[in-house]
Design a binder for this molecule. Structure first.
Ligand SMILES: Cc1cc2nc3c(=O)[nH]c(=O)nc-3n(C[C@H](O)[C@H](O)[C@H](O)COP(=O)(O)OP(=O)(O)OC[C@H]3O[C@@H](n4cnc5c(N)ncnc54)[C@H](O)[C@@H]3O)c2cc1C
Ligand SMILES: *[C@@H]1O[C@H](CO)[C@@H](O)[C@H](O)[C@H]1NC(C)=O
Ligand SMILES: *[C@@H]1O[C@H](CO)[C@@H](O)[C@H](O)[C@H]1NC(C)=O
Ligand SMILES: *[C@@H]1O[C@H](CO)[C@@H](O)[C@H](O)[C@H]1NC(C)=O
Ligand SMILES: *[C@@H]1O[C@H](CO)[C@@H](O)[C@H](O)[C@H]1NC(C)=O
Ligand SMILES: *[C@@H]1O[C@H](CO)[C@@H](O)[C@H](O)[C@H]1NC(C)=O
Ligand SMILES: *[C@@H]1O[C@H](CO)[C@@H](O)[C@H](O)[C@H]1NC(C)=O
Length: 557
């Protein structure tokens, strides 16, 4: 009797506690909603863009920009609401009110974050969704364009090509990627050897800061403007738009896709690719993809090397360059197709030749899967014996594949401190580790994550060391996670040094200046300088002043 009444009591108190915490979170949401509407401008009512879970469109709005099915399961934490901003004032209200009510903000533009960091969190959160803010104004006279963060790079390419066949912009290969995340994390694509990254071609920006102010390059200052060109926007504010500088492209470019298996001499060809890919003419970008396939003759598993290329010129000049620099590939004129630059974007994204360029405007991805990505930087060619070992490992693991993106050219000319993106001279290429799967469930996910990590681990002797560098836009939780507690600086250093090398320190200083309360945070954001280190720095200055006057005093006497 005694035990049952006490267990009854504890059951009651659990129910009471639960309902209290529900009430508490309800009242946080209630107060948050109230705050939002009190900051709403009559001309742009925020109520029209708020989706709570009881709204019938909530799930479809949430899922339209989930690009990795790994984070679209019943167990995936869901936002308490989604604000699909259509006006700057919605962003300002979201920032001011979430700061006031302690609700975590997740900023999403195109939703391509490899680890879902723009729409998943373990803490209670809401999504500030930018997909409605997608206007693009191209000014051909000024060779520039203002683009909203919620525009996709496919839309940007299309709007530029619409105005001029000889202008383009150096960004990623996949048209559905969002400008907001892509540009703020670097943004590379197949014109990087000629023009660098997206961030190397950005000349202005608009951002809503932690106090809800709308700033541009002039009012935010050069430090903050530097940070949001590669340091990850989500640590510093909400990027509303970027102003980009257009680049010249020829009216006709040439593309090819040529594959060779191990039986077709792939080892020698890949070995040679490593010697030339970062050194050839900077009009030529040859991406290398390695995957495991069945040999068409024997039916045995083999490794296939696919060379996927954009050349900013005619097929005739391309063939002559290939003949001198890379005859091992045996490129034929029948392998080459001339087309417009906009068409070449679709070719690189695996659309069939002849697909109308309007496909650049399509935000629906053709295939969706679960995936994991990791990155590395290659500074020295992998010796032939190393390649042979890699083939064995790949055939053993089967599913993971590799993409090698060559550097050199303009990438090697830009100082590593010019932007937060530090991986400049001295790199042959960046390596991407990729695994896609269709099976549901955490068991399958664990298995494929493990395969990806095994391949990454196999490559350790061949790639960059101390630090083992990584690319921010290839978000990888394995590099370390920040709990944004009292160890956030030390936790942030672990992944920060890999993503940013020496630029990490400057990013931390700027962060401490513009967002000292660490409001804009996520699992891999830039931390603020901890109080202890600030005290130490001040002490150091005081001591050196003391010694300076001390020695002055001594020298006078
Ligand atoms: C299929 C696919 C192909 C890709 N191809 C390339 C490629 O060719 N080249 C390349 O460089 N990268 C590529 N990426 C990686 C891509 O650049 C990054 O995932 C990038 O962050 C995506 O931007 P997003 O706006 O779509 O993503 P989101 O998931 O919306 O955002 C990514 C990060 O940026 C933050 N963020 C988003 N918008 C804002 C904003 N307005 N203000 C502040 N912070 C913001 C988010 O909070 C999150 O931390 C590819 C990714 C995928 C899935
Ligand atoms: C869902 O939310 C939108 C945007 O706030 C609103 O316009 C719409 O009326 C809501 N629909 C329902 C069924 O609640
Ligand atoms: C394979 O490549 C090597 C080195 O480039 C070359 O000497 C050899 O002739 C090639 N073999 C075939 C079958 O093409
Ligand atoms: C390769 O062959 C195996 C059987 O030998 C088969 O199960 C597999 O689906 C094949 N893979 C491809 C990509 O065709
Ligand atoms: C390639 O080079 C060889 C000799 O080096 C020459 O005979 C051949 O004509 C060249 N082909 C092209 C397409 O330039
Ligand atoms: C956009 O792409 C999707 C996926 O490939 C396709 O189903 C759809 O028809 C396309 N939409 C348009 C308007 O072409
Ligand atoms: C992969 O899984 C195996 C077996 O569970 C484990 O021993 C190994 O350490 C894992 N490898 C990596 C790189 O995670």
């Amino acid at each position: 009797m005694g035990t049952s009444s006490s267990s009854m009591l504890s059951l009651l108190s659990i129910i009471l506690l639960l309902s209290l915490s529900w009430a508490a979170s309800d009242s946080v949401h209630g107060a948050f909603l109230q705050c939002l509407s009190s900051h709403s401008q009559p001309s742009h009512p925020i109520s029209a863009v708020i989706y709570t879970p009881d709204n019938s469109s909530y799930s479809s709005v949430l899922e339209s920009y989930i690009r990795n099915l790994r984070f679209n399961t019943p167990a995936t934490p869901k936002p308490c609401l989604i604000i699909t901003a259509t006006h700057e004032s919605h962003i300002q209200a979201a920032v001011i009110c979430s700061k006031k009510h302690g609700l975590e903000i997740k900023i999403r533009s195109g939703g391509h974050d490899y680890e879902g960091m723009s729409y998943v969190s373990d803490a209670p959160f809401f999504i500030l969704d930018m997909f409605n803010l997608r206007s693009i104004s191209v000014d051909i006279e000024d060779e520039s364009s203002w683009v909203h963060a919620g525009a996709t790079i496919g839309e940007i390419y299309y709007r530029i090509a619409e105005k001029s066949k000889t202008r383009g912009f150096p960004s990623g290969l996949c048209p559905t990627v969002g400008a907001g995340g892509h540009f703020s994390g670097g943004g590379y694509g197949n014109m990087m050897r000629k023009y660098g990254l997206s961030v190397d071609n950005i000349v202005d920006a608009e951002l809503v800061d932690v106090n809800g102010r709308l700033l541009n390059r002039k009012s935010m200052g050069e430090d903050l403007f530097w940070a949001i060109r590669g340091g990850g926007g989500a640590s510093y504010g909400v990027i509303v738009s970027y102003k980009i500088k257009l680049v010249q492209v020829p009216a006709t470019v040439t593309v090819f896709r040529v594959a060779r298996t191990l039986e077709q001499n792939a080892t020698n060809i890949v070995y040679k690719w490593q010697q030339i890919a970062d050194k050839v003419d900077e009009d030529l970008f040859i991406r290398l993809i390695l995957d495991v396939v069945n040999d068409s003759r024997s039916g045995e598993k083999t490794v296939r090397a696919t060379f996927l290329s954009l050349f900013l010129g005619s097929s005739e000049r391309l063939l002559s360059i290939m003949n001198t620099s890379f005859p091992e590939l045996g490129l034929q004129s029948s392998d080459c197709t001339e087309m417009s630059w906009a068409e070449s974007v679709l070719f690189s994204a695996d659309f069939a030749i002849g697909t109308p360029v309007e496909a650049l405007l399509n935000r629906t991805r053709r295939v969706q899967y679960h995936f994991k990505r990791k990155s590395d930087y290659l500074k020295e060619p992998i010796p032939k014996a190393g390649l042979e070992g890699l083939w064995k490992k790949m055939i053993e693991l089967e599913t993971p594949f590799l993409k090698f993106n060559p550097y050199g050219g303009k990438m090697a000319e830009i100082s590593p401190a010019a932007t937060p993106f530090p991986h400049r001279a001295g790199n042959i290429c960046k390596i991407m580790y990729a695994t896609n799967w269709h099976e549901e469930g955490s068991e399958a996910a664990e298995r494929y994550l493990n395969l990806t990590r095994q391949l990454h681990s196999y490559m350790t002797p061949f790639v960059s060391k101390s630090p083992r560098e990584a690319f921010l836009n290839y978000r990888d939780r394995d590099l370390g996670i920040n709990h944004n507690g009292k160890n956030s600086y030390l936790e942030g250093r672990v992944y920060g040094i890999k993503y940013f090398k020496k630029n990490f320190n400057r990013l931390v200083h700027i962060k401490t200046k513009v967002d000292p309360g660490n409001f804009f945070r996520n699992e891999q954001s830039i931390p603020t300088l901890p109080y202890e280190i600030l005290v130490y720095l001040v002490l150091e200055v005081v001591i050196s002043i003391f010694f300076f006057f001390g020695s002055l005093y001594e020298s006078i006497w």
